[in-house]
Write a protein that binds this ligand. Structure first.
Ligand code: ZDP
Length: 271
């Protein structure tokens, strides 16, 4: 039997397993079985706590389909709170696929320095724009033309601003964005409506997990994209289906994300 904890941040839920005890299954079939809401524990992803040579700990994150992601914002808040509670500390440096990030407690909430957004198309990656930024560029999906702004927060995001979020059939067009030929490593896609001054409403189709209630890296990409399009300032609130995140793109070019992270239950799983 393997111990695990179940955590959620804005309804984006994860199974956290301490891989420092030599447990580190990265078999896609097993991961998707753990994430299955009927045959497993049920989660949007699985996170491992691992030893690191360059930071206090290393985080590894897998999507519900078993694919590995470079980075995970909501997961990182949960992961760090889990460790800080255990260590009785206020902040932690974490090695992720997006570099070493610093996470600190912020009263009841958790703030993550998510690093600098990556805007160079080749690095996101998005095909066909060289090293340029991809801001309000046209993309055809499902026979319709959308405008996308692409941002990597360590993982790829395609942000699409729309007038009415209710009219978006996420289930239908989400997978078509995810696997569009412009995205060599596939993409997470955020549909966003501006609902007030520096207030954005967002729904996400996540690469490898589908519709989730929230996506931390996606909220950061959304806030950066809104600023690049002149739709918001540098400090905005992103409303997600599972809660709110506050995102600030500061003068050091880093994006800071603040939001909740909560333990749901602890358990043992028979792998
Ligand atoms: O990049 C990806 O494949 C994402 N699906 C990873 C998970 C992102 C996450 N939802 C977040 O909050 O950033 C955990």
């Amino acid at each position: 039997m393997q111990n695990f904890e179940k955590w959620q941040g804005c309804g984006n839920d994860f199974v956290i397993i301490d891989g420092r005890s030599n447990f580190n299954i990265d078999d896609a079939e097993k991961i998707s079985q753990i994430c299955d809401r009927h045959f497993g524990i049920g989660a949007d992803g699985v996170i491992y706590v691992l030893p690191s040579k360059v930071a206090a700990v290393r985080m590894r994150i897998f999507n519900a389909d078993g694919s590995e992601a470079e980075m995970c914002g909501n997961g990182l808040r949960c992961f760090t709170k889990y460790l800080l509670d255990e260590l009785g500390k206020e902040s932690l440096s974490v090695e992720t696929g997006a570099g070493i990030l610093t996470v600190r407690l912020n009263e009841d909430l958790v703030t993550v320095d998510m690093g600098a957004p990556i805007l160079d198309a080749e690095k996101i990656p998005v095909k066909g724009y060289g090293k340029n930024h991809v801001v309000a560029e046209k993309i055809e999906v499902d026979g319709k033309i959308f405008e996308m702004t692409c941002v990597s927060m360590g993982n790829p995001h395609c942000v699409v601003f729309v007038d009415d979020l209710k009219k978006i059939d996420l289930e239908k067009i989400g997978p078509q964005f995810e696997t569009h030929q412009k995205f060599p490593r596939k993409t997470n896609t955020e549909f966003v409506q501006v609902v007030g001054e520096n207030e954005l409403q967002m729904r996400v189709w996540e690469r490898g997990s589908g519709i989730t209630l929230a996506c931390g890296t996606g909220a950061c990409a959304t806030a950066v994209a809104a600023n690049l399009n002149g739709l918001a300032g540098k400090n905005s609130i992103v409303h997600l289906d599972g809660g709110d995140l506050q995102i600030e793109w500061q003068n050091d070019n880093h994006v800071y994300m603040t939001g909740a992270a909560k333990r749901v239950f602890v358990g043992q799983f028979d792998f």
